[in-house]
Design a binder for this molecule. Structure first.
Ligand code: FAD
Length: 404
């Protein structure tokens, strides 16, 4: 049988992992990226324990750790009172080989993967190769590029992000909601930890006026603030806004050095289906969610590991093609029941305006952190170990027939 061939649209973290999963199972991969070079915008920076455990078999985790920050604990704080509740992920060492969050920008995973692909005969990477259309052809699938070129393969993976051309060309709905608030992210090299007691690398900070998330990456602190409807994008992105907001975190006489700022809309949306014949959707192309809790990219990588493995097994004739419906539906259910629920709850409790509701959310966190059993159950969910456990039978099915 000739070596099966899959086209992957999008060289973001999900497309790169899908390509690695397929290549490891002896599938020839053409990875098509619309941009002229790897996009390096600052987006996801948190890899959860469950994701690191899944990525370990592709030999990239040590290099990611070398280029990131290990965050063994995360904290909920009150802007005025300081730490309210803290969770120590090292207590999950019995169920994860990586009992910590890894703070590492998503483009670094892509860089590491692309470096590997450069020396792999089975993976061809093409930049400036925007897919404008994908189609199922029964026992094959095709993509048409902006240049007019058409590529035929045994299957196509749409990992081309939230505005996915692959999803749109399949005519799938992407139903859900858009939050009223936009989010502003501002990064600074200023060492916040020298001025705020017991600052963890990941902090969700509640406040009666303006909540925020404060995260450390290797060189910068990133602060994420809500932006209400009374403020335009330009106002929120101005120097005045960045200085005012950062001074609200730590007041300084000197202006902050602002390394980067961006504003974006936040949605919860899931595609109707993740599979149409030989075309599969993964990552943001299939589901987008509130970034609080850091589950978007992580969930997308989980898609790539399970659906990539299942697709390889189908193309090698090891499992029936209709198993892809089961695996796709499982990932879709997890996107709705797990990721959407957790990230929406995070947003609701952090953004509660009503003082009584805000206090109730903080009290619930204090009670959870104080009870070892509840604290462990909470961390198993937020670290996404629960999500991966709920697809363990399917992972075993696709890895059993495709030993690496
Ligand atoms: C500020 C912010 C912080 C976040 N933090 C976290 C976090 O900590 N943890 C987390 O899990 N998630 C987080 N997320 C969400 C996360 O960034 C996304 O879920 C993740 O990028 C999805 O990866 P992806 O590969 O599916 O899509 P993308 O990263 O969007 O990659 C898609 C790729 O496809 C390319 N492309 C687009 N269209 C085409 C086309 N037509 N043809 C070919 N290529 C195409 C794009 O150029 C891009 O390279 C955050 C998001 C934001 C905005």
């Amino acid at each position: 049988m000739p070596q099966p061939h899959v086209v992957v649209a999008g060289a973001g973290p999900v497309g790169c992992v899908a390509a690695a999963v397929l290549a490891a199972r002896n599938i020839r991969v053409t990875l098509l990226e619309a941009a002229p070079e790897l996009p390096r915008e600052l987006r996801a920076s948190t890899f959860h324990p469950a994701t690191l455990d899944l990525l370990d078999q592709y030999g990239v985790v040590n290099e990611m750790i070398g280029r990131g920050l290990v965050a063994p604990r995360f904290a909920y704080r009150d802007r005025r009172e300081g730490v309210v509740a803290e969770f120590d992920l090292t207590t999950l060492a019995d169920v994860s080989a990586h009992p910590f969050r890894l703070q590492c920008e998503q483009y670094k995973l892509c860089e590491i993967m692309l470096d590997r692909f450069a020396s792999m005969a089975g993976v061809t990477v093409r930049f400036d190769a925007a897919v404008v259309e994908a189609a199922d052809q029964g026992d094959a699938a095709t993509v048409r590029l902006a240049s007019g070129e058409t590529i035929s393969a045994d299957a196509v993976v749409g990992a081309d992000g939230a505005s996915s051309a692959v999803r749109k060309s399949l005519g799938l709905a992407f139903d859900g909601m858009t939050y009223e608030d936009r989010y502003l992210v501002v990064s600074t090299p200023f060492e916040m930890a020298d001025h705020l007691d017991d600052l963890a690398y990941v902090n969700y900070i509640s406040d009666s006026d303006e909540w925020l998330v404060l995260l450390r990456t290797l060189r910068l602190w990133r602060a994420l603030f809500p932006v209400g409807e009374h403020e335009s994008d330009d106002e929120a992105l101005s120097d005045e806004s960045a200085q005012r907001r950062l001074n609200g975190v730590v007041a300084r006489k000197k202006p902050y050095d602002v390394a980067h700022r961006t504003i974006y809309r936040v949605h919860q949306r899931v595609a109707d289906r993740f599979r149409v014949g030989r075309v599969l959707l993964m990552g943001d192309a299939a589901h987008i969610n509130n970034p609080l809790g850091g589950m978007g990219m992580n969930g997308g990588i989980h898609d790539a590991v399970l659906l990539g493995g299942a697709l390889a097994a189908v193309l090698h004739g090891d499992i029936a093609e209709d198993r892809l419906d089961h695996h796709g539906e499982l990932r879709r259910t997890l996107a709705i029941d797990y990721v959407k629920r957790h990230t929406h709850n995070n947003a609701q409790s952090l953004a509660a305006h009503n003082p009584a509701a805000r206090q109730r959310a903080l009290d619930a966190l204090v009670a959870t952190a104080a009870d070892p059993e509840r604290s462990r159950a909470y961390m198993l969910q937020t670290s996404m170990i629960g999500a991966v456990n709920s697809m363990s039978a399917e992972l075993a099915e696709v890895t059993a027939v495709n030993p690496d």
